[in-house]
Write a protein that binds this ligand. Sequence first.
Ligand SMILES: [Cu+2]
Length: 155
Amino acid sequence: MRATFFASFCGLLMLVAVGCQTTRQERTPVTTDLIVAGVPLVEMSGFSFTPAQITVAVGDTVEWRNTTRSAHTVTCHPQYVANPQNVRLPEGAEPFHSGTLQPGESFFFTFQTPGRYRYVCLLHEEYGMIGEVNVIEPYVTTPRERGRQASQVTR
Ligand SMILES: [Cu+2]
């Protein structure tokens, strides 16, 4: 009995906490799901890619933005790098290379082949400036699910 009361009390506390959070975050309703599914952005910060690992869907375009004061590259090309082990491409995927990105510049790449990509910054490869992109097949909705989603949107 006491345990039940305690549990419902905790539940009430959580509801209150969630309610407060919802009110406070009303203007920026960002959830973890949206961050993963949103426009993927990788920042070059210091001598690293942030986030170093991301997962996107086939057809997604990723932006790499140089927010540092030094030049960087986004290089997924085994022939350009010092250590080919640092680069990885799925079978059939085309290698890519951004060229030198000055501070404030961005590089965009659209992933058409699913699989794991490993890339480096050519200028800081020896400092371990390495990133990974995992490209997955997009979730395919059935017509019934699409109908449900549509009704949720128009509600
Ligand atoms: Cu770099």
